[in-house]
Ligand binder design. Structure first.
Ligand code: FAD
Length: 431
């Protein structure tokens, strides 16, 4: 008699709540990961995130092998795989952690129904956030759509037990002794990407100095946690413990932004494809394909915008300050729908996370829940004076900077600014 633990966005076997519950259930645990064919078929064969996931699974498998166990890695539709596993093994329960994306919610509903019909319990846990769903709501029970009161309530509600780590390691002996083959990337139809996830950097130094360094893209002043939080190669409880050790609360507040957008996605899944504030539905985006191409390729003639886009294309990462500038340039200077930019970031970012990407894009476009006001338009040239004065970041990514081959600005700043204000204003009036 076995139980299954199903890894999804939690590629670690330490401080993992669902796994801890499985390992202490009194039954032997089969550890499972499924490369979901519905998700994989939409990705290019050298997708860097698949390389990263595979590499992290290999690490888990190697640790499990020391316990004479294996990580069972499958490729296919989750419902088909569960049917196969229920037939093969005597399974009484399936354990997993919550996932708040619309696709995952629908998938989990289907799996729960399938398992229930076979008398198998589907047990799910909160793991990837400190507070989820309705944990932090207004006095009237409605969800927050403004960050500041949400973050205040989040901080006031926080108890030690909310961020205490769980000890999985002492229970590794409860893994089932099974021996299965571990598939290669090729077996699942992928090749190794040359783009790599960089390790996280959560030293005291980073957290303490975060406020002073986090806005300068040439400095290694941020934690690089985002892909690790996305794929769960670190637990959010560890990050919060670190954030609380410092007098500087700005780092912790960034983690709260992440949870804010997670609960927004949970309560408002329609915000993935619709403006959070419908009064912006009347905006007449220009959506010029050639300008969109120039933006994607980092050829707008605005060095900081181009450096950001080239960093994204080459490394799968972009500094937060530059994400704001490139996104604002797309929506406001070029008047291209934020959904186009969101989709491009989703393809390229190693840390792509639906809740964060949509939330931040809508924030920049001014259409989101707690957005930057639409008339706040970044000047992509004065931002260089403020945040990359010595042009270090620009020179790192734009090799033709200051050469005659470097493109002329795609649009004049003052003209673009006025055009944007007019189009947004008209859009709101016409709604
Ligand atoms: P740090 O500055 O060290 O911050 C620590 C952690 O706090 C981050 O890892 C992240 O989990 C969280 N955090 C920081 N800033 C934000 C923020 N603005 N919103 C939500 N959480 C935040 N982040 C993603 O994880 N995935 C995305 O798909 C994503 N898309 C974005 C799109 C745009 C247009 C913008 C402006 C921002 C986006 N962000 C996204 C947020 C932010 O840029 C990244 O989380 C951050 O740059 C990651 O670097 P870091 O881990 O070194 O961050």
């Amino acid at each position: 008699n076995y139980v299954i633990f199903w890894h999804r966005r939690d590629l670690r076997i330490e401080d993992n709540i669902g796994l801890y519950n499985a390992l202490t259930s009194g039954k032997k645990v089969i550890s499972l990961f499924i490369f979901d064919s519905d998700i994989l078929e939409k990705l290019p064969e050298d997708d860097a995130r698949i390389t990263f996931i595979h590499q992290e699974l290999e690490k888990i498998h190697a640790t499990l092998q020391k316990q004479d166990a294996s990580l069972l890695v499958k490729h296919g539709k989750p419902s088909e795989i569960f049917k196969e596993l229920i037939e093969k093994y005597n399974i009484s329960e399936v354990y997993t952690n919550h996932d708040y994306e619309p696709y995952a919610i629908a998938r989990d509903k289907e799996i729960k129904e399938l398992l229930t019909a076979e008398n198998v319990d589907f047990k799910t846990f909160k793991d990837q956030v400190i507070f989820e769903r309705n944990d932090i709501v207004k006095a009237d029970g409605k969800p927050y759509s403004i960050y500041t009161p949400f973050s205040k309530k989040w901080l006031a509600a926080l108890k030690d037990s909310d961020y205490r780590s769980v000890d999985c390691v002492s229970h590794y002996k409860n893994y089932a002794k099974i021996d299965v083959d571990f598939p290669s990337l090729k077996d699942i139809g992928f090749t190794t990407s040359s783009i790599k996830v960089i390790p996280f950097n959560m030293t005291e130094n980073i957290v303490d100095n975060y406020e002073d360094t986090r806005n300068f893209p040439a400095i290694d002043g941020t934690s690089n946690l985002s892909p690790h939080l996305r794929f769960g190669t670190i637990s959010v409880r560890k990050c919060v413990q670190n954030g609380l050790q410092s007098e500087n609360t700005i780092f912790l507040k960034e983690l709260i932004w992440r949870e804010f957008f997670m609960q927004i996605l949970w309560h408002y899944p329609k915000s993935v494809t619709n403006n959070f504030k419908s009064k912006y539905d009347g905006i007449k985006w220009r959506n010029n394909e050639e300008e969109f191409k120039a933006w994607r390729e980092g050829k707008t003639g605005y060095p900081l915008v181009d450096a950001g886009m080239r960093q994204l294309n080459e490394s799968g990462y972009m500094h937060n300050r530059v994400r704001m500038i490139t996104a604002s340039f797309l929506c406001k200077h070029l008047l291209i729908d934020w959904k186009w930019g969101e989709a491009y970031f989703a393809e390229k970012l190693l840390d792509f996370d639906l809740a964060q990407n949509v939330g931040n894009w809508q924030w920049v476009a001014g259409t989101g829940c707690d957005s930057s006001p639409y008339f706040r338009i970044f000047n992509p040239t004065t931002q260089i004076q403020k945040f990359d004065k010595e042009h270090e970041y620009i020179k790192k990514w734009v090799s033709d900077y200051q050469e005659f081959t470097y493109p002329q600005p795609i649009v004049e700043h003052k003209f673009a600014r006025e055009r944007c204000l007019e189009v947004y204003k008209k859009g709101i009036e016409n709604f």
